[in-house]
Design a protein around this ligand. Sequence first.
Ligand code: KG4
Ligand code: ZN
Length: 353
Amino acid sequence: TRRLTVLGIESSCDDTAAAVVRAALRGEAAEGPGEILSSVVWGQSALHAPFGGVVPEIAARAHAERLDLCVEAALSDAQLTLDDIDAVAATAGPGLIGGVLSGVMTAKGVAFAAGLPFLGVNHLEGHALTPRLTDGLAWPYLLLLVSGGHCQLVSVDGLGEYRRLGGSIDDAPGEAFDKLARHIGLGFPGGPEVERTAASGDARRFALPRPLLDRPGCDMSFSGLKTAARRAADAVAEGRGGLTAQDRADLCAAFQAAVAETLAEKTARAMARFREDHPDAAPVIAVAGGVAANGAIRRSLEAAAAAQGFTMTAPPLKLCTDNAAMIAWAGAERFARGESSGWDLGARPRWPL
Ligand code: KG4
Ligand code: ZN
């Protein structure tokens, strides 16, 4: 079989990442699962933690400083040189413009110097296609993408054929996790901190809302839930002059349960729609994005999937959060089909799937 080896670069948020992925080719299509020859992710959490959130200027500078070394590390981990690479792909959006620009310029520079084609990849497409990289999933499948910046239920019908069934009309769940964590004095990023804290909590102590559950359709809202959780925290803190560890644990547990329940119910509705639209397709739901790392959320999605007769698949944690292997893979799928980007391709801070 012919194979494609693609170098990928990701720098759209607060992870500087480079990876080398190999795809088998069948005709004009890449066939999964792919082989991840290397995947280097240099997180910047420590740089942003003092500010309780990602600071765009700090992120852009860190990406610019680290990208070249990161690419070198990915090639050396894969024990390859640029001679072994067939194409270079980079996230061209959506994301923080400074970081995306750095990644795109790095990729163009490497590709141009080595005489290789360059592909600008949509970051969301990277997340959406990850189940093909990890499990060789066939089209069509249902995707729930839940991260710090995104929340979408998408019917993935083919390469470039994405139908949005619903999503958050305001905050992404990861963002809500991060903001709650910050409000009650937990570290950054907030998601893992909230999950850890929730482990010793009682979710029943606080009655938090399940926004939009009473409305039909697959749209969600997390902004009101976030505000309700903050208010609950403030009410307890005011009475006691601060939050105890148990207060925090109970609040985190209640918040996590509310997010998990909302996601599960809306995803169940999307599953029903997917089945109507694709009566002959295997019923598969793939979950991707950083929030999919949450154990409680995964379990409630798994239960919803089982109830609908769906199989749920989630990439390994390292490939759920931002990484460059998914960008290399998306580049490989596009390149296999004969696509590449022009040298004039710019960064797109907003770029819907
Ligand atoms: O996909 P990702 O790495 O970056 C993008 O947003 O694109 O997702 C990061 C988000 C952050 O908001 C982080 O708090 C959240 O995913 N997250 C979690 C967990 N781990 C990461 N949220 C809830 N529970 C977790 N265990
Ligand atoms: Zn992401």
